[in-house]
Design a protein around this ligand. Structure first.
Ligand code: FAD
Length: 460
């Protein structure tokens, strides 16, 4: 039995990236995965399959609604649901196989099965106990349950995000409980496929934590796309094609019929079966594993990263932590800048943000200035029929340093990285404003927002 320098538990974006970086740094590495395929939630039942459905349904929407506007005449395609599921499955497989290839290339042993930590330096899978100098827990998260609602992905009537990705057919009606990122992405994909989608949200705003102006504009755009929103509503039950909810403002009870109910009320850390309690690993009151600045738990030699530790539950945050933890374990400096982690919603239009929202910036007591530019003034967005959104740049009023950026518009998820890099370099809004941007691109709107922080945007 080989002795490892590092055993990573879980092969999601946190775990597999950690394993690869550690192997690149010369460590002998194994990665334990309980699932049949590598890649974790993200590749198997998260980011990747959901983006495949979003892409395919966006293409359908373009064919149905925008092709004729561009002089492209002909019948719009029909939905072959099995075919679309096949495309989605193939997208997942090419990606999970890609991780398999990278493991082989980097000589990482893939141990198949569910891991328990017997003691620091001892990982048990099946009947075998493996010795290792360090352990990284990257076991991710699972959908949070909702009181009064029982999810049954096999029956397909009340599902979580995993079940929503593999429905037997496109439903006529769907109730989405929770107006967070996952609910809105999947809800808008089904809406484009012809489902009548109603979103029921406990709070008064969608996408909690996002910039207030973006929340409002995003809800307006999604409503125009046909999604219905019931806000300030606490769901009581969901069964037999019916959802009951109480409006918070007056406690009145209502119900809604839906062929499928998607419960998308968030995710919680998954640490079952690891044996953390017996090891004395300290946890937060939200069930996350507590870590120090070097991703180490209170038990020396046991580290944790990704969705099972505090912070945003995002694949790229898990990846960054994976790389950094590997570097620390290999005796190098690991670094994650938690102030510059972008968040993207892959609807059409996309929504992207990084750094402080206007509300958070004001709350922090800073004097700020805001540069805003609407995509109505952007030629490329207009050609794409996506001119409803805007770029909002928030900078420090005294130093001009960029504090945050919020974009709702075409390619927002790509454009946000310009501001991420600028923030990493401590740039001022003027630095972005003075940078030549190619024309015609949607990125010009970012520059215009930066110009609007100074003497003014040109095309507004
Ligand atoms: P995971 O990806 O959850 O991987 C953990 C792995 O550990 C799993 O494969 C699990 O089987 C394995 N495991 C658990 N316990 C054990 C054990 N004891 N032994 C062996 N193996 C074990 N994030 C984004 O950034 N962008 C997106 O677009 C996006 N879209 C999403 C869409 C959906 C529908 C969902 C559900 C999530 C989405 N996310 C997205 C979130 C993203 O998937 C997670 O943040 C990310 O997967 C977390 O990575 P991780 O490595 O921490 O854990």
């Amino acid at each position: 039995m080989p002795t490892y320098d590092l055993i990573v538990i879980g092969s999601g974006p946190g775990g597999y990236v950690c394993a690869i970086r550690a192997a690149q740094l010369g460590l002998k590495v194994a990665c334990v995965e309980g699932r049949e395929t590598l890649g974790g939630t993200c590749l198997n039942v998260g980011c990747i399959p959901s983006k495949a459905l979003l892409h395919a349904s966006h293409m359908l929407h373009e064919a149905q609604h925008n092709f004729a506007r561009m002089g492209l005449i002909g019948n719009a395609p029909d939905v072959d649901w099995d075919g679309m599921q096949g495309y989605k499955a193939e997208t997942v497989t090419t990606n999970t196989k890609g991780i398999e290839f990278l493991f082989k290339k980097n000589k990482i042993d893939w141990i198949k099965g569910w891991a328990t930590i017997e003691a620091p330096g001892k990982v048990k899978v099946g009947d075998t106990v493996y010795d290792t100098k360090a352990i990284v827990i990257a076991t991710g998260s699972e959908p949070s349950p909702l009181k009064g609602v029982e999810v049954d992905n096999d029956k397909g009537a009340v599902v979580d995000s995993t079940g929503a990705l593999v429905l037997a057919r496109v439903p006529k009606t769907m109730a989405v409980i929770g107006a967070g990122v996952i609910g809105l992405e999947l809800g808008s994909a089904y809406a484009r496929l012809g489902t009548k989608v109603t979103v029921i949200e406990y709070l008064d705003n969608i996408t909690p934590g996002m910039d207030g102006e973006v929340q409002k504009q995003f809800q307006k755009i999604l409503s125009k796309q046909g999604l219905t929103f019931i806000m300030g509503a606490a769901v009581q039950s969901a069964a037999n094609g019916k959802v009951t909810y109480k409006l918070r403002k007056d406690d009145s009870e209502h119900s809604l019929d839906a062929d499928v109910v998607l419960v998308a009320t968030g995710r919680r850390p998954y640490v079952d079966g690891l044996g953390l309690e017996a090891l004395g690993v300290a946890m937060t009151d939200r069930g996350q594993i507590k870590i120090d600045d070097h991703w180490q738990t209170n038990v020396p030699g046991i580290y944790a990263i990704g969705d099972c530790v505090p912070g945003p539950m995002l694949a790229h945050k898990a990846e960054d932590e994976g790389m950094a933890a590997a570097e620390v374990i290999a005796g190098k400096q690991g670094h994650v800048n938690y102030d510059v982690i972008p968040g993207v919603i892959y609807t059409t239009p996309e929504v992207a943000s990084v750094g402080l929202t206007e509300e958070a910036a004001k709350e922090s007591g800073r004097k700020i200035k805001i540069g805003k530019f609407p995509f109505l003034g952007n030629a490329r967005a207009k050609a794409m029929f996506q001119s409803e959104g805007f770029v909002k740049l928030i900078a420090d009023a005294d130093t001009d340093r960029i504090l945050g950026c919020h974009i709702i518009g075409p390619n927002a998820g790509e454009m946000i990285h310009e501001i991420c890099v600028a923030m990493e370099f401590g740039a001022a809004a003027e630095d972005v404003a003075m940078t030549c941007h190619a024309h015609p691109t949607t990125s010009e709107a970012v520059r215009e927002a930066a110009l609007a922080c100074g003497d003014g945007a040109i095309h507004a």
